[in-house]
Design a protein around this ligand. Structure first.
Ligand SMILES: Cc1ncc(COP(=O)(O)O)c(C=O)c1O
Length: 401
């Protein structure tokens, strides 16, 4: 049984205990050389993470939000462009689009995978946009601006249906930037390439977050852009460092968005364990699937598409009695989360944009029904059995089994 019978939503304390001496050694190494910014730790991490993701380049930055913003700017998004994403995501996705000077717009998700529905993307482009023969770009007929990019979000650790999205993007001349902030190491079977491909390796560029709770988390803030495009990588390196490639020579106006050396060093240590941790998460997901199967009428386990190997950043069930189930679990000392309670198009931050309830019904339904159960590397079978038994008591008492 778990200590004091409780199951945390995520346990980062136990995870780091094993590495504490190695992590502290990084601090010592960096402090001894006063190499706080850039240097061998950052260079080393960038090489190792690019190799893990099977891409040529990685540019370390200070957050996933900046990674996405820099990737969009470096990919050539222009002020006023429309960039399409999904409403069922963390607001950082649309913040990065707006901060790159573009205007976010949405297509709804597939209710089973919670990821972008390629068919809805196709419909959006087909029905709401028209080709401008002068520029070769697709213009949104209502807004009058060009649609130039799409940001599929690989939510909860599962990749979006990238073959279909890439094919549509090619037809409509859209740049694809993957939001892989929740999908370190996730894989997708590309029929086009007839092989499994890694999250972040198929778009023009991709953004990762190393927020501490991610599958690969820093001991603070961190993020990275990965790409196979040398020019995009070079521009991203300038953007993170005040637009300069050489100190005090600024080719453009950039940002202060660097990854610091201590975080890079710590990420290098943790990266060596990422594949093992992802496997542990997959095994935990398999066990949850089994334990929850008797409740499948009321608590629906996550759907893994046949083209997908999820890394289960989150294990998200759906149930029509979500709030009641969450209260029941929380009262029993089981931590849970809701990712996310309000879809982005209905956030107050976007109230001036004119979106309204009913615009993206699948995302809205997800926001009402999703519940994230405890999921982290190191979650024990005992803990999972306690979660499932407590959920089952609830299902009985609500007579929804
Ligand atoms: C889908 C998604 N996009 C972007 C981000 C932004 O990452 P960060 O918090 O590192 O800026 C996150 C982080 O939570 C995320 O989950």
């Amino acid at each position: 049984m778990t200590p004091n019978g409780k199951v945390p939503f995520v346990d980062l304390v136990t995870l780091h205990r094993e590495f504490e001496p190695e992590l502290l050694a990084v601090c010592k190494r960096v402090i001894e050389k006063a190499g706080f910014i850039g240097g061998p730790e950052v260079d080393g991490f960038e090489k190792e993470f690019a190799s893990f993701c099977e891409t040529k380049y990685c540019v370390g930055v200070n957050s996933g939000t900046d990674a996405l913003r820099f990737a969009l700017i470096a990919a050539g998004i222009q002020p006023g462009d429309i960039v399409i994403t999904v409403p069922n995501t963390f607001i950082a996705t649309t913040e990065a689009i707006s901060q790159a000077g573009a205007r976010p717009d949405f297509v709804d998700i597939d209710g089973r995978t919670f990821n972008m529905d390629p068919e809805k993307l196709r419909l959006y482009l087909e029905t709401q946009c028209a080709l401008d023969p002068a520029t070769g770009r697709y213009i949104h007929k209502g807004i009058g601006k060009p649609v130039t990019a799409v940001v599929p979000v690989h939510l909860y650790g599962q990749m979006a249906d990238m073959d279909a999205i890439l094919e549509i993007a090619e037809r409509y001349r859209l740049i694809v930037v993957e939001d892989a902030c929740q999908a370190h190491g996730a894989e997708y079977f590309s029929k086009k390439q007839n092989r499994w491909v890694k999250a972040g390796s198929v778009g023009r560029a991709a953004a990762f977050s190393f927020y501490p709770g991610k599958n690969l988390g820093a001991c603070g803030e961190g993020g990275a852009i990965i790409t196979n495009d040398e020019g995009l990588a070079r521009k991203s390196m300038m953007l993170r460092d005040h637009g300069s490639a050489t100190k005090y020579y600024h080719e453009l106006e950039g940002y202060n968005g660097r990854l610091d050396a201590i975080q890079a060093g710590m990420l290098r240590i943790k990266l060596r364990h990422l594949s093992k941790w992802n496997e542990q998460r997959r095994e935990s997901a398999r066990i949850y699937d089994e334990l929850l199967a008797p409740m499948s009428g009321s608590v629906v386990a996550p759907f893994q598409a046949s083209y997908s190997k999820s890394v289960y950043h989150l294990y998200v069930v759906r149930t029509p009695v979500r709030d009641e189930l969450q209260n029941h679990l929380n009262e029993a000392g089981i931590g849970t989360g809701i990712h996310y309670p309000v879809p982005v198009h209905l956030q107050r931050a976007y109230s001036s944009m004119g979106w309204k309830k009913g615009d993206f019904p699948e995302s809205e339904k997800a926001a009402d029904q999703v519940l994230s159960l405890p999921m982290f590397a190191g979650l024990t079978v005992d803990q999972q059995q306690l979660v499932a038994a407590t959920a089952s008591q609830f299902a009985v008492s609500y007579a929804v089994r």
